[in-house]
Every structure is written in structure tokens, then in C-alpha cells.
Ligand binder design. Structure first.
Ligand code: OFO
Length: 172
């Protein structure tokens, strides 16, 4: 496998693993603050990021490279409120999109069309994840300080987590 491509794929493995840990920390915070639907959504999202990481690990190894399993720094324990959680989530996803775009760019520079093809799955995934994070954030802003609205929002997130789980089926 092309060494430059292998290095950026390994950086991406670290980013997906960090995303999984970050969303796990958010899920745990939501659960301990009575936002059980939000927690379920974030636990599911954390699992999805782990799946993104595993998909990369397997791809690197199957193509003759060596996947590096990273050590991770401790994510935050506390968040200001639910808006802060989803604002951070959106910013994090924008950073991931930038690194996926960089990966695409390096594949083209190195003429590694197989990896370029593989990475297209992540390009589409990022589009969906960014759109979802923006929609959720817009809803939170609409709700403002309305407690009844927050209750319904939390319940809706639980439903959407269950739907996402069912649509994904058994992963990796
Ligand atoms: Fe949401 O980051 Fe993975 O790809």
C-alpha cells in the first residue's frame, strides 16, 4: 500500500476512534442529566463512529498496510447544556469532513484509485452527518427554554436512534 495513503488512513482511524469516545462522553453526560432519548441517540452515534474506525482498520490491513490502533485522550466530562453538546458535535464533524477531503486529495495525488473509491463512502456519510447535526441544532434553538419542547425533542431523538439502529442492521 502507498505509504503516504497508509499514513493518512491511520490518522483517520485515530479521528474516528476519537469521535466515538467524544460522543460516548456526551451520551454519558446526557444520561446522567435525565436526557435518556438524547443519550440513546449519542450512544448509537458513538457505535457508528467505532464502525467507521473498524472499516478503516480492516481496509488498511486487507490492502497490505498496517493499521495502527491509537491511544486516546480523555474527552470532556461536563457540557454546558444540550445546545453546547450538539454545537460541539457539529464542529467536530466539520473537522472530520475536512480530514476526509484531505484524504481524497492525497488519494488523487498518489493515483490510488482503489482507496479513493473506498473513501467515497465516508464522503457521503459526512454529508448526512453534518445535515443531521444541523437539523438537530436548529430544533434545539427553536425550543429555547421551553421544558415541554425539550421533553418532546428528547423523545423524538430516541425514536430516530432506534430507526438508525434498525436501518444499520448488524455492523462489522
Ligand atoms: Fe462522523 O465521522 Fe465518522 O466518518
Amino acid at each position: 500500500m502507498n505509504k503516504r495513503v497508509e499514513a493518512v488512513l491511520n490518522e483517520q482511524i485515530e479521528k474516528e476512534a476519537s469521535s466515538s469516545q467524544f460522543y460516548l462522553a456526551m451520551a454519558s453526560w446526557a444520561e446522567s442529566n435525565g436526557l435518556n432519548g438524547t443519550a440513546k441517540f449519542l450512544y448509537t452515534h458513538s457505535d457508528e463512529e467505532r464502525f467507521h474506525m473498524l472499516k478503516l482498520v480492516k481496509f488498511v490491513n486487507e490492502r497490505g498496510g498496517v493499521a495502527v490502533i491509537p491511544g486516546l485522550s480523555t474527552p470532556p466530562k461536563e457540557f454546558e447544556n444540550i445546545e453546547n453538546v450538539f454545537q460541539l458535535l457539529l464542529e467536530h464533524e466539520l473537522g472530520v469532513t475536512a480530514s476526509i477531503n484531505n484524504l481524497v486529495d492525497i488519494c488523487l495525488q498518489e493515483k490510488d484509485y482503489t482507496t479513493h473509491n473506498f473513501v467515497q463512502w465516508y464522503v457521503s456519510e459526512q454529508l448526512e452527518e453534518e445535515a443531521l447535526a444541523r437539523t438537530i441544532l436548529d430544533k434545539i434553538k427553536l425550543i429555547g427554554s421551553d421544558k415541554g419542547g425539550l421533553y418532546l425533542f428528547d423523545r423524538d431523538l430516541e425514536t430516530s436512534a432506534i430507526q438508525a439502529q434498525n436501518a444499520a442492521g448488524p455492523q462489522a
